[in-house]
Design a protein around this ligand. Structure first.
Ligand code: SOE
Length: 376
């Protein structure tokens, strides 16, 4: 209920810790229908860093023990924004303590862990969501609406790319992302999971895949030092897929694409038209319709900032653009509203397991060099 408040423990003080802190701090001011989150506790291994974030964003308490934080009697919701290896232990402990759980993507480092997490939240009867924030970009949610309206007709192709540049630079920001033990995989899980989730959201379930991965740079320097880190994950992954609805899909992700800062792109082709989106132009959705008269056809660029567009009415007048951080605010708004209404939001841990099953099938295909079925 608006006004009653939901007390949050945020586990993690890195990039996502900051992004989520920003969202919790602003969400109820911009979305008055949303229960107001209480920024109860922030937890991180480095006390100084947690204290600094607490001071900046207004977290009431600081902890260096996630085990204690998830059991805190004053906490209703645990936000898991830590490296992948901790997603399962923290989420499962939080669910067992009766807390709602928001977990960063990908849900886990393995399909087995993801299934155990789903079992735990179901058994505890708590609400759960995976922070696949790109579903909540207004232009992406608009694409979903247009697909629901049938504006593309029968779907033939889903084409996804998620390309970043940072891997070509000698020093890396988050060395844990290069370590299989901590991250599960490289570009495949980190960026590929976003591509898979958007495909499932927009176009349909993935039935079978064939893929390949490569680690081009085998050793790297960690941030702020001369220490060399051995890279045990992929730099790049490519895979093809067949969807349940018969559409064909292709996916490409890499951390080694100079000039591509955060190029999360999809294009969908159907019998009546096409849609494409690029995160680096996140306010825009491009639509081509065969329903337009011949001689007047061409991609039109829809600016998804009008009050008729998803989430947009709560922000600024039409044409006053939104940014990347709004996708996190929208996702957290939807989770808090769902908790307030006693509903289970999407994408929840079941979606997280389905995404993980696709990642697992790609990894199996890389090893077998064959097409692999996605484990249902
Ligand atoms: C990787 O650079 C990264 O930060 C991902 O981990 C996030 O999920 C993505 O939203 C932006 O890029």
């Amino acid at each position: 209920m608006p006004g009653e408040g939901i007390s949050v423990a945020l586990i993690g003080t890195g990039f996502m810790g900051r992004a989520h802190s920003h969202a919790y701090r602003n969400v109820a001011s911009m979305f008055p229908e949303c229960p107001r989150p209480r920024l109860k506790l922030i937890c991180g291994r480095d006390r100084g860093r947690a204290e600094a974030l607490a001071a900046r964003f207004g977290w009431e308490e600081v902890s260096t023990s996630w085990e204690e934080a998830v059991r805190h009697a004053g906490v209703d919701l645990v936000d898991v924004s830590v490296p992948g290896a901790l997603h399962a232990p923290v989420s499962i402990a939080a669910a067992r303590a009766g807390k709602h759980v928001l977990c960063e993507k990908p849900l886990a480092n393995s399909l087995e862990e993801a299934r155990a997490m789903l079992a735990a939240v179901r058994q505890a009867g708590v609400r759960h969501m995976v922070q696949f924030n790109y579903r909540r970009v207004p232009a992406v949610a608009l694409a979903r609406q247009m697909l629901d309206e049938g504006q593309l007709g029968t779907l033939y192709h889903y084409r996804a790319r998620y390309l970043q540049e940072w891997g070509v630079h000698p020093q890396v920001r988050a060395p844990w992302k290069l370590d299989k033990e901590q991250a599960g995989s490289g570009a495949l899980g980190d960026l590929g999971s976003h591509m898979i989730d958007l495909c499932r959201y927009l176009a349909g379930e993935i039935r079978e895949v064939t893929g390949m991965t490569e680690t081009f740079v085998k050793e790297r320097q960690a941030t702020g030092g001369s220490a060399t880190v051995r890279v045990t994950v992929d730099d790049a992954a490519l895979f093809l897929a067949r969807l349940d609805n018969g559409a064909l899909a292709s996916f490409e992700t890499t951390r080694l694409a100079p000039g591509r800062k955060n190029h999360n792109f999809f294009e969908i082709n159907g019998s009546r038209g096409s849609l494409y989106f690029d995160l680096e132009r996140l306010n825009e959705l491009n639509f081509y319709s065969l329903d337009d008269p011949p001689g007047r056809r061409g991609f039109r660029n829809l600016l998804a900032t009008a009050p008729q567009h998803p989430y947009a009415a709560s922000w600024w007048p039409d044409g006053h653009l939104l940014g990347w951080e709004h996708s996190h605010t929208h996702a957290i708004r939807d989770f808090l509203v769902a908790i307030g209404q006693g509903q289970l939001p999407r994408p929840n841990f079941e979606d997280g397991v389905k995404c993980q099953a696709v990642l697992d099938a790609v990894a199996r295909s890389v090893a077998s060099r064959r097409w692999e079925a996605v484990d249902g």
